[in-house]
Design a protein around this ligand. Structure first.
Ligand code: SAH
Length: 219
């Protein structure tokens, strides 16, 4: 049938993405790989670039923002070291894709977006796709989400110049924060911050490029 012939096989594209972009690199966490197999990434990109949804790159989602490269989403998810009952905070909802990947692994996902139209779109999209349990808030993630703290893990998907104190405070003992840190417009380091005995331990993971972390009153 012609319609069947024209049907794009996104499932096959996802499987190729998981094999060539994730497993063939260094992603081995089974929960992360399964989540990447499940989430319909093409639903999270603008309709006119759906054919590129599973490409090995970040894609524009409007408002000068991007949906991260699949590898980056998987690498950051793997770094969070999630357990089924982990409670996670994401800063930078964007398209909602990373939040959906997290929601495939755990029940408690909280995410904050600063750009109102993106917040609205992501909130509606996550609901439509069945990720009703994800709490999506409009606001400046610099302050974290104190009402729902503490978190087992926090993931920041925008590049910051320094580590926001509020995020460290809202981490549980033994919890970890994954965040790209470095100069504005430059190459940043993805770092893992682990909180132990009230102290923090910072480890560099890899150099990365991310859209900047913005602040409400920045002009
Ligand atoms: N995780 C997203 C990609 C994020 S791009 C996805 O899966 O699609 C980074 C996002 O962080 C952008 O949407 C940007 O608007 C948002 N952002 C930047 N600064 C922020 C801040 N201070 N608080 C909350 N969100 C912020």
């Amino acid at each position: 049938m012609v319609s069947g012939f024209c049907q794009v096989n996104y499932k096959a594209q996802r499987e190729v993405m998981v094999q060539t972009q994730l497993i063939d690199r260094d992603i081995s966490d089974i929960a992360t790989l399964n989540a990447m197999r499940k989430v319909l990434r093409h639903e999270f990109v603008p309709e006119k670039i759906r054919n590129m949804a599973y490409a090995d790159r970040a894609l524009s989602i409007g408002f000068d923002q991007t949906i991260s490269q699949p590898y980056m989403v998987a690498a950051m998810t793997q770094e969070l070291n999630l357990k089924p009952d982990s409670k996670v905070l994401e800063i930078g909802t964007g398209s909602g894709y990373q939040a959906a990947v997290l929601a495939e692994i755990i029940d408690s996902v909280y995410t904050i977006e600063i750009v109102e139209p993106l917040w609205k779109q992501a909130k509606e999209r996550l609901k439509r796709l069945g990720y009703d349990a994800v709490s999506v808030k409009l606001g400046d993630g610099y302050h974290g989400w104190p009402e729902n703290a503490p978190f087992d893990a926090i993931i920041v998907t925008a590049g910051a110049e320094s580590i926001p104190n509020a995020l460290i405070e809202q981490l549980k003992e033994g919890g970890r924060l994954i965040i790209p840190i470095g100069p504005h417009n430059g190459v940043r380091q993805l770092v893992r911050v682990v909180k132990k005995n009230g102290k923090i331990n910072i480890t560099e993971i890899m150099p990365v490029r991310f859209v900047p972390f913005t602040r409400k009153n920045e002009h």
